[in-house]
Design a protein around this ligand. Structure first.
Ligand code: FE2
Length: 289
């Protein structure tokens, strides 16, 4: 197998979104920091309610998927279709905005830690105008696999192949074939994972540090940084002196033009203008038929 080397590092930048939620953005800081099909990755983490309490009041999306993974805290999701999702620590919400959704994501706590991620994954052109839908994934539905070398891996999407076993996560069968793992390693532990050749892949370290790549050529990846992996079919990492916790994300690239305007991600300028018109007229969230 060919080990994927660390090709590029994207340090996260402090920013805020929603009504003033403080976060760290790695992918998606600019059009040049996307990694097809991934558009954006935000990490939020704070013990200070002032950093998160304002939440994300009602806002629209069209043309892609948002994946919220809550590590610590309690968040209520509501949308224009009347759906409600109560996200607790360890839960995932996988939302496909399709042709349109208006939703809010609001913290349900006034103290304690709020920590998690929001990932944006593009939809292929043929699926951008499908009806909106989403899935709330309970922590009990996410397999947590103990690793032989110590640590554990949680499988949110795709299939983990480790220590001679194959463990499927709850999200399967999407056009972009995403792999979404949350891996925790003790100091010095190694972890290897096949990643389909031709798929784009990156690692986001949110605790400790990693060496990424083959043993002789591996390069360091620091906390709160995304590391884009080069070509190959095997991911190899070793945790640093303080251990590491990281996301491993991979997906099939769409190879289609991306035109983004805030919460709308389409293929052409005309489709963006249509999305803005549809939002203003209420058509964005009208149920077809
Ligand atoms: Fe949103």
């Amino acid at each position: 197998m060919d080990t994927r080397e660390l090709q590029r590092t994207i340090a996260s930048a402090a920013t805020s979104d929603g009504a003033g939620v403080k976060l760290r953005r790695s992918l998606g800081q600019s059009p040049h920091t996307r990694l097809d099909p991934f558009l954006m990755l935000d990490e939020f983490s704070s013990f200070d309610a002032n950093d998160y309490i304002a939440g994300f009041p009602a806002h629209p999306h069209r043309g892609f998927e948002t994946v919220t993974y809550l590590l610590d805290g309690h968040m209520l999701h509501e949308d224009h279709l009347g759906n409600r999702g109560d996200l607790k620590s360890g839960a995932v919400q996988w939302m496909s905005a399709g042709r349109g959704i208006i939703h809010s994501e609001m913290p349900q706590q006034e103290r304690g830690r709020m920590r998690g991620f929001q990932l944006w994954i593009n939809l292929p052109a043929r699926e951008k105008m499908k009806p909106a839908g989403y899935r709330d994934i309970d922590p009990a539905e996410i397999p947590a696999v103990a690793l032989h070398g110590g640590g554990r891996a949680k499988v949110i999407a795709g299939t983990l192949q480790v220590d001679g076993q194959s463990v499927a996560g709850p999200i399967q069968g999407l056009a972009t074939e995403p792999l979404y793992l949350d891996v925790e390693l003790p100091a010095g532990a190694a972890f290897t994972q096949p990643v389909a050749r031709g798929h784009n892949a990156f690692i986001y370290v949110f605790e400790g540090s990693l060496t990424v790549g083959a043993a002789a050529t591996g390069r360091a990846l620091a906390t709160h940084s995304a590391g884009v992996l080069g070509p190959g079919d095997l991911t190899e990492v070793v945790a640093g002196a303080e251990g590491a916790r990281f996301l491993l994300l991979a997906g099939r690239p769409l190879g289609e033009p991306v035109v983004q305007h805030g919460p709308f991600v389409m293929n052409t300028r005309e489709e963006i203008e249509q999305a803005i018109r549809d939002y203003n007229s209420g058509e964005l969230t009208r149920t077809p038929g």
